[in-house]
Design a protein around this ligand. Structure first.
Ligand code: BYC
Length: 317
């Protein structure tokens, strides 16, 4: 590294340390730029793929009210994907490149969306647990050091809290219903608890990116800190529902003021991340089908935009 780059890096770190935001046109180390493209695009892809397991239930939601709420939630997720792709584009990657990475299977997205939604209670559990976990992670990201990402997260978090509540309300209704409905809710919790815990990523000692990301304030809390926060927040909610968290080692620890919990199945986690989860192949196939079937919409929108631009140009002449 030459002296000039070294000076720029020192200055850059000083700005981060003083709590300043970094903006798109500011100088930044190449690794900072790349880490952001990686994280923001994985996040955007998660929003887009996240629509699939829930979209699966829109036509089967048990009432018009539930259908409208779920439709709105899935639509919000498409919007979140778009804010995030726009934030990633400020770092010099194109939308076409991002789409190619997702559709070809090169890009990662959250492991959680490779699990199937087999009953209506799963939609409750996804809203409650998956969106609950997402909020914990994303509230931290509203204070992340890269301005365009932090600002996108502020808007996203407002909508996520509605998502979490619609899920919890579904669970509450099922738990106050018949015995069979309550059993459905328990079954959904049993299947979604551990995958939701995995959303926070590997243990800190196995997380190659955390140390540098903390230094650059891309992350303000580690994977394990956020996971603990999720457990502490969610266990009392399960108690209100009258459901049992499927972890025999879960126990309140008076000394630490936190819940102790059992070990995650890391083999399962890495297996899903590497593409071998229950739904990885289906998600990618559905995503590519939707992309191909939407080609005419993209083409029509492009022609319309060109026409509008030409009309403006002709008026100006
Ligand atoms: N799934 O060093 P680490 C949502 C990868 S919510 C798959 O700790 P990092 C939604 C990681 O990418 C979900 N891969 O990484 C909610 C890395 O691989 P590469 C989306 C995972 O980045 C409801 C490797 O493992 N939220 O969208 O420092 C409805 C080592 O990990 C996972 C976000 O994306 C995982 N669970 O920390 C609809 C939030 N965990 O890239 C939609 C933004 C880890 O080095 N992202 N990996 O090959 C983050 O905050 C961080 O990227 C993470 C991981 C905490 C997820």
């Amino acid at each position: 590294m030459d002296n000039k780059t070294r000076d720029l890096e020192v200055e850059f770190q000083a700005r981060i340390d003083s709590g300043e935001n970094i903006e798109a046109k500011d100088w930044m180390p190449e690794k900072y730029r790349k880490t952001h493209i990686r994280q923001i695009s994985q996040h955007a892809h998660s929003e887009v793929i996240g629509m699939l397991p829930e979209g699966n239930w829109i036509t089967r939601a048990p009432s018009l009210r539930r259908k409208v709420a779920l439709l709105a939630k899935v639509q919000d997720e498409a919007g979140h994907g778009l804010y995030l792709y726009s934030a990633a584009e400020t770092l010099g990657i194109s939308r076409d490149q991002l789409m190619e990475q997702l559709n070809s299977g090169k890009a990662k997205y959250s492991s959680i969306f490779n699990y199937p939604t087999v009953t209506w209670a799963d939609i409750g559990a996804v809203g409650w647990l998956v969106d609950g976990a997402a909020i914990i992670n994303q509230v931290m990201l509203t204070k992340t050091s890269y301005g365009p990402y932090a600002r996108a997260m502020v808007r996203i978090c407002k909508e996520e809290s509605f998502h979490q509540r619609q899920g919890y309300e579904i669970m509450l209704t099922l738990c106050n219903g018949t015995e069979v409905q309550k059993a459905m809710a328990q079954d959904a919790l049993n299947r979604w608890w551990w995958p939701s815990m995995m959303m926070f990523g590997p243990r800190d000692e196995d997380s190659p990116n955390t140390e540098q990301s903390m230094k650059w304030k891309i992350k303000k809390k580690t994977n394990d800190e956020l996971r603990q926060q999720f457990v502490d927040q969610t266990v009392p909610q399960a108690e209100i529902l009258g459901l049992t968290v499927p972890d025999p080692d879960l126990k309140w620890n008076e000394k630490t003021g936190h819940y102790d919990f059992g070990e995650l199945d890391w083999e399962e986690f890495w297996n899903v991340v590497k593409g071998n989860g229950l739904c990885n192949k289906k998600r990618l196939a559905d995503r590519n089908k939707a992309w191909d079937e939407g080609a005419w919409v993209r083409e029509a929108a492009t022609v319309h935009a060109e026409k509008k631009a030409n009309r403006r140009l002709n008026k100006a002449v």
